[in-house]
Structures are given as structure tokens and as C-alpha cells.
Design a protein around this ligand. Sequence first.
Ligand code: NAP
Length: 453
Amino acid sequence: MRSVNPATGELLETFETLSEAQVEEKIACAAEAFREWRTVPVDRRTAWLERAAAILDRERDAFAAMMTTEMGKPLGAAREEAAKCARGCRFYAANAARFLADIEVKTAARRSWVRHEPLGVVLAVMPWNFPFWQVFRFAAPALAAGNVGLLKHASNVPRCALAIEDIFRRAGFPQGVFQTLLIGSREVQRVIDDPRVAAATLTGSEGAGASVAAAAGRQIKKTVLELGGSDPFIVMPSADLDLAAATAVRARAVNNGQSCIAAKRFIVHRDVADAFERRFVEGMKSLRVGDPMNESTEIGPLATAELVETLDAQVRRSVEAGARLLCGGRRLSDRPGFYYAPTVLADPPAGAPVRHEETFGPVAALFRARDIDEAIALANETAFGLGSSVWTADDAERDRFIAEIEAGLVFVNAMVASDPPLPFGGVKRSGYGRELGEWGIREFLNTKTVWIG
Ligand code: NAP
């Protein structure tokens, strides 16, 4: 397993992957830890989460530098990510006892109630794009609920994977409650097949999700899937155009363009399309692209050389299909590392990759809609259904967007973001199940009905 700095292409470190026997040892350790951990009172479990949060805050700068050198996100964003992980831990520390409390239900029984029990060992297969946050948003509720975690992180972020295991160890979590498995994706099925593993969650691409869900399905094991997205960003004539255009640039550029909930398709009412296009293209062109360790950088490199290849092919095929290139459209080969120029493509016709596929990098597709019906039809056109952002000052339009957009999240006059108290997840090929809030902690629980006759 290799850790490569995407800003330079330099190999930072290599890691041995685990042998079959080592994986077996870790699963055994997790299963053993679960027997004890499930009986620990919630307030003691959450006290350890508080300590993990304190470590994240105290060592924020070091974790941020680790994320940036391993996957290229701007340093300021990496610092915010570490802080958000601490917030996520504290959210569940403060609320888990309430979410897990018994619920009395009035029935014909002398007494009946619902109790919540952990499922056991949960395998988390995670992506590199938010290398800390994706893991903590799974782990904080799962561990608070009494489950234990096995992390199979993306192969390009082994330093982050080991650092997170170390945070839980130093916070005082008992041995085996959270472990990192340095394994490749081919080893995942064997872990899922193991009878000591109860469930799996995957954040990543559709292909990886389908493969993990199929393996878990064969073993009748619960899964949660957080997959890709091609979020629409709709602008209507009544919107604050300056704010919408400035936010559109931020929403496309977030995490160097590599976020599942980055806005990817900008659908603008024709009455304001020219004015929006001018502002948006200007904003995309003026993004500062460069070394992600530099505090003023807004767009760093893509995480791997393969991502640049894939993105460039999507852009080229879209231009060939008839999309108009308004800016960018090329890799930045005047420097080492994996950089791509912020790009805007207008009016991509049916069949153009930027219209139907997820683009994982700073590439925006711009559409004109004649009216709200066409805007909603375009928004719902892809196979994805993760987030959506709609800009309007008209209440009737707002209500139609909320009701008719096929997505797990609708943000009105704001950029899509995850927030610990609110559920996060998608529909259609963006996956199923929810993370965060009360909904996230319920995913890996046995909702047990108790009836006293
Ligand atoms: P990816 O290639 O699917 O990898 C994600 C994880 O799955 C990695 O740990 C990877 O391991 C593993 N994996 C890949 N193929 C697998 C297989 N066949 N069986 C089992 N495990 C497999 O995705 P990525 O490129 O890292 O991440 C980008 C994708 O994640 C985008 O589509 C993005 O939209 C999505 N995403 C979704 C959310 C959400 O919340 N909905 C959040 C962030 C990202 P290796 O690295 O070893 O291959």
C-alpha cells in the first residue's frame, strides 16, 4: 500500500498489507471486544468519544497536514475536517443515551417496549476524499451504540487509516473496539463472509457499493451504502444572483471538486442564464490553483493520477458530443502533481458524460431551463439522488423543489453540507440508509420488541 503526495507525485511511504492470518487475528479480537463492549454503559462509552474529540482538537494541525499530504485537500479545509470530526464525536457523546433509550409503546400487553441493542462487529469500507470525516461519522454513532468497528480505508490513505485507529486507542477505547485493516478491496468479501462480522457500511463508488452489498446479501447481512452523486444546483430568476453564483463556485470547488455532494450540474432559468454564466465562469477562472499546503490555495491537486485521466476523458468526450467549453478543459502539466484546471462546460447534450456521470474534480456542467418544470426534469435526469441546492425567493417554487426533486437532501438558498444532527444519505443509485443524527445511530441496531404478558 502506497502513500503518495498528489501535489508532487512523490512516494511518501509504503505499507505492508495484512496477511490472511493477521486479518483473522483482528476479527477474533473485534469479536472478543464486542462481548464486553456491548455491556459497557452508554455514558462510559461516550466519555471515550469526548476524549477522542479532545485529541482531534489538540492535534488538529498535525492531522490536517497528514490529510493534505496524503490526498491533496487544501490545508484549511483539512483543519476544518478534523474539527468537524470532534464535533461529530461530541454530538453523539451528548445525545447517544437519548437515542438509545427504551421506548414504551401502549398495547394490549401488561407492558411493551422497544429496546435498542448493538449488532456486533461492523465493517466500514471508506473512501479517501474526506479521509477523517467519513470514518468518524460512521464510528462515533456505531461505537456509542455498543458496536465495534473494523475499518478498511481506501488504499491511498494508509497514514490517515492508522492515525484514526491510534486516536481511538489513545482516547482509551478498549482493545479491539476500533481497528484498522490494511487490506485491498479484494480481501473485503472474505471479511464480510466471516460469521463474526455482523454488518457492513460502504462509502464510495457505485461499483464498490454493488459489490459489497452483493457479498453482504449472500450472507443476509445489513448494509448502508453512501455512493456517488451528481447534485443539481438550480437558480431561478428571483434568486440573489450574486450570492448564488459565488456559492456555486464554492459548491463545485469544495474538496478540489471531489465531494459526493459537490454541486456538479448547474441548471439556470433562461431569464438569468447569461448573467449567471458570466459571474460563474469568472469565479471558476479566478480560483487559486496550487500547493494545498499554501494557506491561500483554493484548489489543490486531484488525489491520484488515475482521477486526472478519468476526468480529462469525461471532459474530452463531452466536448466531442457538443458541449461548449467556457474555461479550463485541460490538465495542468506545467507542474508536478495531479492538477486539473477549473472547467465549465455549457449545454452538454444527451450522451455527454458530464450530463449523466459523476465528475470527480473541478468540472461544472451548465444547463439552461425554460421554466421550473424543465429545471426539475433536468435535476431528476441522472441515476443519482444524493443532494440538491435550489435558489429562489418564491415560496411556491421552493415547495415544488422540496417535493419533486429526487434526492436525500434539499438545501434552499444554501450549499449542501452534512451536519451531525441531520440525516445524510441518498436515494436511487446514490445508495440507501442514512448516516448522522438519530437516523444514523439506528442503522446498526437490533430494534428489539419486548412484550410482558
Ligand atoms: P471507491 O473506488 O469506490 O473506493 C471506496 C472504498 O471502497 C475504498 O476503500 C476502496 O478500496 C473500496 N473498494 C473499491 N472497490 C471495491 C470492491 N469491489 N469491493 C470492496 N471494496 C471496494 O471510491 P473512491 O474513489 O475512493 O471515492 C469516490 C466515490 O465515493 C465517489 O463516487 C463519491 O461520490 C463517493 N462518495 C460518496 C459519499 C456519500 O456520502 N454518499 C461520500 C464520499 C464519497 P481501495 O482503495 O483499496 O480500492
